[in-house]
Design a protein around this ligand. Structure first.
Ligand code: AMP
Length: 313
């Protein structure tokens, strides 16, 4: 299925900027093993968000990165002029999932060209309005943010690794972001709170105006820390084969919808959560980016309508 240009969604100039990893992943799940397939937090995000609106992609790859893949990004309305190509190898990540597919165990991780990467934004990236700081070293996330002129909305993701190794840098970054997006285990580790409502409140005290906690198949919580908790379910799919990239695709669907509608009101954010959940539901149904490559916005809309029916009371 081709990726249509959806009416009412598309805009010619990218409003979204994403920084994060561009990787080759080796993934083992109970349903199979794939070696050195395209992955990375910024890659998943870009594929997901570009279903809604063009994206400026910022990251680094090695000289082993195929030119044909750069061309594939461009065909999906993903601007690649912010990708640095450095001599050396592209970032590699190897992960394994147990039967319950809940959490990835990192088997190995080689930063390669991502080590000492310092982001430099092309001039035309600097006026991006919606910023997604995908999972990468918080110092790189901070350096990126410093080069953006006056963003409307800054959304940030991270992972356990950075909570354990770069907590002071992460806390400094949190003061500058509008929304922090985490999964339940990351939220517990970051805040030391077992209860997710308490975890949300603690996150809000550190800077973000909004906290979003993803609970895998059990859906998502969004709050601004007062008494405005909003919950959405995950799309009920049974065909999960590889959860890699679910969080980044959720971020892409969520931020992509907000940027395309140019509306970051609370009511629109609630709708955007459903788009995030739906895009992530496609990602997990196949390995790597395979499922996202096949769908268009009409497939997304179909599942959004199904979720809307599910939550009608
Ligand atoms: P997710 O499953 O949404 O949390 O993201 C999975 C992606 O994160 C994989 O494609 C990996 O390449 C990438 N990844 C894993 N570890 C790191 C890391 N330390 N820094 C940046 N990206 C990473």
């Amino acid at each position: 299925m081709k990726n249509p240009t959806p009416r009412g969604y598309c805009s010619a100039t990218p409003k979204i900027l994403v920084v994060g990893s561009i990787a080759f992943d080796t993934i083992k799940t109970p349903f199979g093993k794939k070696k050195e397939i395209l992955g990375g937090s910024a890659t998943y995000f870009s594929y997901a968000a570009s279903l809604f609106t063009p994206v400026h992609l910022l990251g680094v790859v090695g000289s082993d990165f195929p030119a044909a893949q750069i061309e594939k990004f461009r065909k999906r309305r993903i601007d690649t002029s912010g990708i640095q190509v450095r001599s050396g190898k592209t970032f590699r990540w190897c992960g394994r999932y147990e039967k319950n597919l809940k959490e990835a165990k990192t088997v190995s991780c080689a930063l390669n060209v991502m080590d000492k990467y310092s982001p430099e934004l092309p001039e035309h990236y600097r006026n991006s309005q919606y910023i997604f700081l995908a999972n990468i070293d918080p110092e790189i996330q901070l350096k990126t943010l410093k080069q953006v002129n006056s963003p409307k909305l800054v959304v940030c993701d991270t992972m356990n690794h950075w909570v354990k190794t770069k907590l002071p840098e992460l806390k400094k970054l949190l003061k500058k972001v509008d929304i922090l997006l985490l999964n339940d285990e990351e939220a517990r580790l970051l805040t030391g709170q077992e209860n997710l409502i308490s975890a949300c409140r603690k996150i809000i005290r550190w800077g973000p105006k909004t906290a979003i906690i993803k609970k895998g198949e059990h859906g998502v919580i969004l709050t601004t820390g007062k008494n405005d908790f909003f919950f959405t379910p995950a799309f009920p799919t049974t065909g999960v084969s590889d959860p890699t990239g679910a969080g980044d695709s959720f971020g892409g669907g969520f931020t992509g919808y907000i940027a395309a509608t140019n509306d970051s009101s609370a009511a629109n954010m609630h709708k955007a959560l459903i788009y995030g959940a739906v895009v992530a539901s496609f990602t997990v149904e196949d390995f790597g980016l395979k499922a996202l490559e096949k769908i268009g916005i009409s497939n997304v809309e179909q599942r959004v309508n199904q979720i809307k029916k599910m939550i009608q009371i």
